[in-house]
Ligand binder design. Structure first.
Ligand SMILES: [Zn+2]
Length: 112
């Protein structure tokens, strides 16, 4: 048995779509309140049962398609409004600029 690595314990959470474990900060928390309504919990501090998703919009699509959120949060189904809000949040994730994603391809054949 290898000795445990000497590092601070970082709480890990698992994305309900891709099952990747990440430090809590690397994931977005969703929380279910007492009424069974689900909201994105940006601060990660709200009371209620929580589920986590990556910042990858693909995981959000997957979670909605496969009802992974419903399963993780133990609800029958997402409220239509909550689902719409979650979809909107996922679209914003997609819109986030990331590195040089907008850079043009350098190999465009053009007349000099
Ligand atoms: Zn994921």
């Amino acid at each position: 048995m290898a000795p445990p690595p000497r590092q601070k314990h970082i709480p890990q959470r698992t994305c309900v779509a891709c099952r990747r474990s990440e430090p809590k900060r690397g994931l977005v928390r969703l929380v279910r309140n007492a009424d069974g309504r689900v909201a994105v919990d940006v601060g990660g501090r709200r009371n209620g049962r929580g589920a986590y998703l990556c910042h990858d919009p693909l995981c959000w699509d997957l979670a909605l398609k496969r009802r992974a959120l419903e399963r993780a949060l133990k609800i029958e189904q997402l409220h239509a409004e909550d689902r719409a809000a979650i979809e909107a949040f996922a679209r914003n994730l997609r819109a986030e600029p990331e590195g040089s994603a907008t850079a043009l391809p350098a190999d465009a054949p053009e007349h000099a």
